[in-house]
Design a protein around this ligand. Structure first.
Ligand SMILES: [Zn+2]
Length: 354
């Protein structure tokens, strides 16, 4: 076994491109399998003696329904009325829920939220942004979900490539990634958001995660002069303890942290007219579900759902499901958990990893 300090040192070296086993011939007799296990050693985190819990909301884009673009065969309306943002913000405030809320800067290639989105009135965009600022920002971190959450944007000429952003990021350089992420941050900055982290659309970045995570830190430095940042790319619905981790720490006060979701969008299927599966998150009696499993293993608790899952093709069944999750967390986990922004969770990861 290696101690925590050695584990961190190795993590940093691995982040810097140094591998053990092969390169150093198995340090101190540790097998490659053991090293891999140690490098993935998850952290048990607490905040004020309680277990942090965070909700991740992916895909919000003023007035637009991502399902219409991503699954045209689903026959969904391309637009989502602002009733959803108002109702959702009220629900967050009622329960004091915290986490991360995406705002897509150039939703599906329909324009920029700091200029104009095709098909959405400027008044609706302004109203959406105001609700997010007034009610959601105090509780949730705002991140871009990179730029379009659709086809990749050509920074050179303003056209769109014929491939999705996730495919594009599998073959571009760290420098182009940085410019691309920086544009997404600049657009959010232009409308008054302090985006302290980044969300990956789909699994964008996973093929070149080392470059990608560096690019996020570089872009945050450039746009916001921020030296500590985080991102959401990975989801793990089975592990006992969520393996959030420091990806890079070039100097002690600079870092980029990868925050994991505990998985399961309990409301996704409400888009098909089915009820939400909030029992998979926390059952009515509070004894089963992903949240309960994570809690019982003293893991931090996260899950993610989607803007379109909460809209549920206009029935808002996903919102009902989310309310049940909040009620059950309050009733059964109560003061033993604490709603936490993802940026705060990232700080806890960085603090505990020293
Ligand atoms: Zn997404």
């Amino acid at each position: 076994m290696i101690n925590r300090r050695e584990f961190i040192r190795r993590s940093l070296l691995v982040s810097a491109g140094v591998t053990f086993g092969g390169a150093l011939g198995g340090l101190k007799g540790i097998s490659a399998a053991e090293e891999k296990k140690e490098l993935a050693a998850p952290l048990k985190l607490t905040l004020d003696g309680r277990i942090p819990i965070s909700l991740i909301i992916d895909d919000p884009s003023p007035g637009l329904n991502p399902m219409n673009v991503h699954r045209p065969e689903s026959n969904t309306d391309p637009f989502i009325p602002n009733k959803l943002i108002h109702d959702l913000a009220d629900l967050f405030c009622e329960f004091g829920a915290k986490g991360k809320f995406s705002v897509v800067p150039m939703g599906f290639g329909r324009g920029r939220i700091d200029k104009h989105l095709d098909g959405v009135s400027d008044q609706d965009v302004a109203d959406f942004i105001k609700v997010v600022k007034d009610q959601i920002v105090p509780l949730f971190d705002i991140t871009p979900e990179i730029l379009t959450h659709g086809k990749a944007y050509d920074l050179k000429n303003g056209n769109f490539f014929d491939e999705r952003e996730d495919k594009y990021f599998s073959h571009i350089s760290r420098e182009i990634m940085t410019d691309y992420i920086a544009l997404s941050l600049e657009i959010l900055k232009n409308v008054g958001f302090d985006a302290n982290g980044v969300t990956s659309p789909w699994s964008l970045g996973k093929e070149k995660e080392d470059d990608y995570s560096w690019a996020i830190l570089d872009a945050e430095k450039r746009v916001y002069d921020r030296k500590r940042t985080w991102y959401f790319l990975h989801s793990d619905s089975k592990c006992e303890v969520l393996p959030h981790r420091v990806m890079h720490r070039p100097v002690p006060d600079e870092w980029v942290v990868s925050i994991f979701s505990g998985g399961i969008d309990f409301a996704w299927q409400t888009q098909e007219g089915k009820p939400g599966i909030e029992d998979a998150i926390i059952s009515a009696d509070g004894k089963k579900g992903r949240f309960v499993d994570l809690f019982n293993h003293e893991s931090s608790i996260t899950t993610h759902t989607h803007w379109q899952s909460l809209y549920s093709k206009g029935s808002y069944a996903g919102l009902v499901s989310l309310r049940r999750v909040f009620e059950r967390v309050k009733q059964h986990l109560g003061d033993r958990v604490i709603w936490t922004k993802c940026s705060r969770l990232a700080e806890l990861v960085a603090e505990k990893s020293v």
